[in-house]
Write a protein of this length. Structure first.
Ligand code: NIG
Ligand code: FE
Length: 418
């Protein structure tokens, strides 16, 4: 099957010349093509054809984009999309001055969502998550990472991972599952933390690895969660069982998580609000993606990660929503990009690189998606504008009018008239 997209104002290829990642000044080069048609063949990017040499009658399907703009499908590489319940009351406590850690210490936070998620059936969780995925798709998102981490016991963690697996069978979007059994120490193990860690290493991680229920193993390394030593032990076990490390680290305090993650070749190090310069240098020297989550800083009125320094030092930087009910109840990647530009000093072009090819690196999809290069999946977002800068400038609006996954239109809104 061939589909030809014609009359785009511009095609932002985010081309990498085969490198499949962008660092430093290269992040500002989006490989923009004008006056070209994009040919999709069997779900993959086949070619870019100069508009003057296009003969429409040669192609099975032709979509006239009437001056709209093509981007690679966006990638949300860090979410906690499977959860039940609401923490709106905590949000009000935060508005009144309580911090995220105050709330966690007082028995709120992740623990509250864990109770609600345990109480929900797999079917309820599936329906809730499906709606969230549909919202992501309406924004032009075509790949999403989803973590477990609100089950925190054997059956409930597996329940969440199975929900992600069932959903993958129903949605064209690539869903990348991450096991986050080490989110916090669950309440009932608070005086027996070693027992919970043994449950993870002796039972859960082996089961998850053996049944292919997750690709990655994440740990929240923080004063109120897991120590660096515990994280290292968990990572070693994860690697043994075929899971690749990821980490939540340097969010509030530096407790050695970053160094532990880099030593274990983590695919990504996420959060990074409290980095020092030598840590920035070590990330820049590595192939690990720095996943920054400005939605959390915004939602918690906390520090922003040093995006500008990370980019200027040459680190591989991505942005993600961290969509979750407590620290970033923000599923909108466009808003996250706007925060990157407005609050972290990134250029619009850099923010686009962070949610396309660099985000693909954070979830191991860089060879198949994240940029529009021949042979890659035809995963596209079409913006209802002739100026890609409007994506951030029209803050709070959704300019995406068409989402294409593996060559198929999976979302189209009223902004799209043929
Ligand atoms: O990425 N930092 C830990 N985990 C999540 C928050 C989860 C929650 O508060 O429910 C995060 O910020
Ligand atoms: Fe997170």
């Amino acid at each position: 099957m061939q589909t030809l997209l014609i009359n785009a104002a511009a095609i932002l290829t985010v081309s990498t010349d085969g490198a499949n990642s962008k660092r430093g000044a290269d992040m500002r080069d989006l490989g923009i093509l004008e006056d070209h048609a994009l040919l999709i063949e069997d779900g993959k990017i086949a070619d870019f054809i100069p508009s003057v040499s296009v003969n429409k009658s040669n192609f099975e399907q032709v979509i006239d984009l009437q001056g709209k703009t093509i981007l690679p499908g966006l990638i949300d590489c860090h979410t906690h999309s499977v959860f039940a319940g609401s923490r709106a009351d905590e949000f009000c406590m935060k508005l009144a001055g309580a911090t995220y850690e105050d709330i966690a210490r007082a028995g709120g936070g992740i623990r509250v969502t864990t109770e609600a998620t345990r109480a929900a059936s797999a079917e309820e969780l599936l329906n809730l998550t499906e709606k969230r995925i549909n919202y992501f798709v309406s924004l032009g998102v075509t790949s999403v990472e989803i973590k477990s981490g609100y089950g925190l016991n054997y059956d409930e963690e597996i329940k969440i991972l199975r929900v992600i697996k069932s959903l993958q069978a129903q949605t064209p979007v690539d869903l990348i599952p991450t096991f986050l059994g080490a989110h916090i120490i669950p309440h009932e193990y608070s005086h027996r933390r070693d027992e919970y860690i043994s449950l993870l290493t002796d039972h859960l991680i082996p089961f998850v690895g053996q049944h292919g229920l997750a690709k990655y193993c994440d740990v929240f390394c923080e004063e109120t969660a897991y120590s660096a030593q515990e994280t290292d032990h968990l990572f070693k076990c994860a690697i043994k069982h075929g899971l690749i490390p990821k980490i939540h680290t340097e969010q509030f305090h530096s407790v050695g998580g970053l160094e532990t993650a880099l030593a274990n070749n983590a695919v990504s190090v996420d959060h990074l609000e409290v980095l020092d310069v030598s840590q920035i240098e070590s990330i820049a020297k590595s192939n690990t993606t720095a996943v920054l989550l400005p939605g959390v800083s915004f939602f918690l009125k906390h520090l922003y990660a040093p995006a500008r320094l990370l980019i200027d030092f040459g680190a591989l930087v991505a942005l993600a929503t961290d969509f979750n009910p407590g620290s970033s109840h923000i599923p909108n990647l466009h808003l996250i990009m706007a925060l990157g530009a407005l609050q972290m000093g990134m250029t619009i072009e850099e923010t686009i690189a962070t949610v396309t090819i660099n985000a693909a690196n954070a979830i191991g999809l860089e060879k198949v998606t994240g940029s529009l290069e021949p042979g890659k999946q035809a995963d596209l977002a079409v913006l209802d504008t002739d100026n890609y800068k409007d994506l951030l400038y029209t803050i709070g609006q959704n300019l995406n009018c068409m989402t294409i996954k593996k060559g198929k239109v999976i979302y189209q809104n009223t902004g799209f008239h043929q």
